[in-house]
Design a binder for this molecule. Structure first.
Ligand code: GLU
Length: 447
């Protein structure tokens, strides 16, 4: 993550000036611009801000931006002091509590802002966590591991695989539950990925994120994490799932199925919703309330570990002015399968059908999901849909487009046989398809 960058946010000429002076974020520096001299701590800044500024924290505590034009010089006065966070002693582990391991992959939930330098730092070892959220020691015997320190927009199918391998090893080690702290942007993709790689697991695998970082009073990090650890350690079901605020208030945390959940709001605490499905459970006042039937039981013996994700899958959204070029380029670059987010019941412009036909004849899988989000694809209603079916486009029912893309990536790593990919795509594996669609958005459905 860019937290690793010693000059986070600085680019171009100003970055070179700082580098020449040997300055890094957190160092005390002196900046001279013409007749004026400023002294302070160099702090990280937004990359998109005006590139000609440096930002200093003055001894008064105020931050100032200094425009670096004209006659300028920079001198490093002192090296950065390491931030002095000493967690309080770890609370005594209560005997008899379930063992839960928190695997941190990054994102807001796993970050703490260093207010001295403005940098974002990963902060998720067990000591840090217990010092920030001491309630966790009452719920589980905690352990934690840092797997990645990244923003989730940088996640890849290869990293899903590493995540799956790590969780598989934890399952084998005998823990009672795993929590995966993850950036929210692509958390729904990762929860779908682990749903396919770790089928019918014997323990809950619970994704959790935060929309607001733990330093902010409005943070949802602690409540989400407490609920996730509770589900991981105590839920009667063993599903790959995702726990986030069901509401803007702290009272109800929803537990979503890993293949049925989508981020639907950029910033609100209740950004995640189950789509075409109810949340599988809620955590209300510290109690887990199961909300759907037929969940995989904790301790069941049907566990299958099936890792593998291919980089040769793609997800493409149809739009009215679309030409065939995107599909052609993907085929030229060796993509082996494409999920199309079609309009409405599962359509694309008729002018694209000959290109899709050619791709299918060349052995590329084409699956149809809907950009409507709610409801199911039905390609038998209109002629366009029927034509798409006739050329071999596979209708993916009520599967979320993102989940369909993840599943395709997984299928392409399991087999080279296109017929087998088709069969697997239509076989329900992790609750991703087929259940009755809810009549409306599951807006505000709580226990
Ligand atoms: N965009 C980043 C991510 O998804 C940070 C925001 C967040 O944690 O939700 O990792």
């Amino acid at each position: 993550m860019s937290a690793e960058d010693r000059l986070q946010g600085y680019v171009g000429r100003v970055r070179r000036i700082l580098e020449d002076a040997g300055a890094e974020i957190g160092d005390e520096i002196e900046v001279r611009v013409g007749e004026k001299t400023y002294r302070g701590i160099l702090i990280a800044r937004y990359e998109l801000a005006d590139p000609d500024h440096v930002v200093l924290k003055l001894p008064s505590g105020y931050n100032i931006g200094i425009r670096m034009t004209g006659d300028i010089s920079v001198r490093r006065i002192a090296k950065a002091r390491k931030p002095g966070f000493t967690p309080p002693p770890r609370p005594e582990a209560k005997p008899g509590l379930p063992k839960v391991t928190i695997v941190s992959t990054g994102g807001t939930i796993a970050s703490r802002i260093d207010y001295r330098t403005g940098g974002v730092k990963p902060a998720l070892n067990a000591e840090d966590l217990l010092s920030i959220v001491p309630e966790l020691s009452e719920i589980a015997e905690l352990d934690s591991e840092i797997l990645f320190s990244m923003f989730s927009e940088d996640m890849t199918p290869g990293l899903w695989n590493q995540m799956a391998e790590r969780v598989h090893r934890l399952i084998e080690s005998g823990v009672d539950g795993v929590v995966i702290a993850h950036g929210t942007d692509t958390m729904g993709y990762s929860s779908a990925a682990l749903s396919f790689a770790l089928q019918k697991p014997p323990i809950p695998i619970v994704f959790v994120g935060a929309q607001r970082s733990s330093d902010r009073p409005s943070s949802d990090a602690a409540t989400n994490l407490i609920a996730a650890v509770r589900v991981a350690g105590h839920a009667p079901f063993a599903e790959v799932c995702l726990t986030m605020h069901a509401w803007h208030s702290d009272d109800v945390i929803a537990v979503h199925r890993g293949t049925r959940v989508r981020k639907l709001h950029t910033s609100s605490r209740d950004a995640f919703r189950s789509v075409n499905h109810e949340p599988i459970a809620y955590v209300v006042g510290g109690e887990i309330k199961v909300n759907t039937e037929g969940l995989n039981p904790r301790g069941g013996d049907g566990y299958r570990f099936r890792p593998g994700f291919s980089e040769k899958a793609a997800l493409v959204k149809f739009y009215p002015g679309m030409g065939p070029e995107i599909f052609e380029v993907l085929a030229e670059r060796g993509i082996r399968g494409i999920i199309v987010e079609g309009s409405g019941l599962g359509h694309v412009a008729n002018r694209l059908i000959p290109t899709l036909k050619r791709l299918i004849e060349e052995g590329i899988f084409i699956g149809m999901a809907s950009q409507c989000i709610w409801g199911r694809v039905n390609m038998r209603v209109y002629q366009t849909g029927r034509d798409l079916l006739r050329i071999g486009v596979v209708s993916l029912d009520d599967m979320l487009a993102e989940t369909a893309y993840v599943k395709l990536s997984w299928c392409l790593a399991q087999t080279d046989d296109l017929d087998e990919v088709r069969r697997l795509m239509l076989t329900p594996i992790a609750g991703e398809v087929g259940a009755r669609s809810l009549p409306t958005r599951a807006e505000g459905v709580v226990a």
